[in-house]
Design a protein around this ligand. Structure first.
Ligand SMILES: NC(=O)C1=CN([C@@H]2O[C@H](COP(=O)(O)OP(=O)(O)OC[C@H]3O[C@@H](n4cnc5c(N)ncnc54)[C@H](OP(=O)(O)O)[C@@H]3O)[C@@H](O)[C@H]2O)C=CC1
Ligand SMILES: Nc1nc(=O)c2c([nH]1)NC[C@@H]1CN(c3ccc(C(=O)N[C@@H](CCC(=O)O)C(=O)O)cc3)C=[N+]21
Ligand SMILES: [Mg+2]
Length: 297
């Protein structure tokens, strides 16, 4: 039996960050200032703190300015909206990211809706999701765009391929489906009410799993030769050594016997998300400075 390939998202992301760094140098030369990314973190969730710290480091490494705003769980919605309004009007800030999820007493849609769409580097604002859905130029959600970059690198032209996205969240599943459709794939979105998920997944040349359930997509579900993108980040305790680790939504070891290629977790989609965030920040900075689109990104 042949074994599929592991897609090295970590290496691809490092290359993308280098390209962003070159674009940043050009931006600084043209404008005399650095692009700036503001990240807002509400609460003390340890996983979120880790991501925010690593985003901050990579932002600085790419030559951009990083602004971090930590607020307690107890912050009121009005105070959070005031902070966003302040960032909207701060000329040093080109990108605003509010780490999700927010505490239950805060209306996520209201907070995302308060971000200036021109600074919405997550691509979560309805102006950007609406533009994506109608085929207009937009800031596109980082994780799905990173997945498309990996797919095109592996497969070239995606047109006509059968794609199944498992998960329909606004931040991953829906924009992922919109991007695959824009690449002229035949797209199916599966979710918790889908009947016979195994046979739906088995139709796909491209499987994107964005569910949040450890290793739920089984190896036998995969059509031989399909390419699998595993978005899931699930913290589990290893049954053998009792140590905490992260696994994806796909049973990777099983799937390797069926796939053409698959992204590992960690080291697949996750690093791409951060690299694309930096790319989107540079794109937003260019647009705000009237420089058009940065080249080669
Ligand atoms: N690598 C990265 O950069 C990122 C990783 N993630 C990870 O990706 C995963 C998904 O994230 P997110 O989209 O925010 O998650 P959500 O919880 O918002 O959405 C999960 C989706 O999976 C569907 N689902 C749940 N159970 C099943 C099931 N048994 N069968 C089929 N579908 C099911 C849900 O269906 P329904 O709508 O019917 O409830 C829902 O649409 C998580 O593990 C998250 O940590 C997220 C963002 C970035
Ligand atoms: N407004 C907002 N935008 C987001 O993009 C956003 C968010 N909120 N909330 C949480 C999710 C999750 N997310 C990840 C980013 C990087 C990795 C990542 O770098 N993962 C590495 C390391 C994982 C580890 O070791 O913990 C990897 O998969 O190799 C994972 C997950 C962004 N998200
Ligand atoms: Mg969610």
């Amino acid at each position: 039996m042949t074994i599929g390939k592991l897609i090295d998202g970590k290496a691809f992301a490092a290359t993308l960050r280098d390209k962003v760094g070159e674009g940043v140098a050009g931006f600084v030369e043209a404008t005399g200032r650095k692009p700036g990314l503001a990240v807002v973190l509400v609460g003390e969730d340890p996983a979120s703190s880790v991501y925010v710290r690593s985003k901050g480091k990579m932002t600085v490494a790419a030559g951009m300015e990083s602004f971090e705003f930590k607020r307690p769980d107890s912050i009121g919605e009005e105070d959070l909206l005031d902070l966003i309004e302040e960032l909207n009007h701060d000329d040093r800030v080109d990108g605003i990211l509010v780490q999700l999820p927010l505490p239950g007493h805060i209306d996520e849609a209201a907070v995302i809706g308060a971000i200036d769409p021109a600074k919405d580097v997550d691509g979560f604002h309805v102006v950007n999701s609406g533009k994506l859905a109608t085929g207009q130029e937009a800031l596109v959600p980082c994780t799905p765009l990173g997945c498309i970059m990996l797919l095109k690198d592996e497969l070239g032209d995606l047109s006509g391929l059968e794609a199944v996205v498992v998960g329909r969240s606004n931040i991953v599943g829906k924009p992922m489906a919109a991007l695959l459709l824009a690449e002229s794939c035949t797209v199916t979105i599966a979710h918790s009410r889908t009947r016979d998920l195994a046979s739906v997944v088995h139709r796909a040349d491209i499987v994107v799993a964005a569910v949040g359930r450890a290793e739920m997509v089984k190896g036998e579900w995969i059509k031989p030769g399909a390419t699998v993108i595993d978005v899931g980040i699930n913290r589990v305790t290893d049954t053998e050594d009792g140590k905490a680790r992260i696994v994806g939504d796909v049973a990777t070891a099983e799937a390797l016997a069926h796939v053409r290629a698959i992204t590992p977790v960690p080291g697949g989609v996750g690093p791409m998300t951060i690299a694309v965030l930096l790319r989107n920040t540079l794109v937003a900075a260019h647009a705000r400075a009237g420089l058009g689109k940065p080249e080669g990104l």
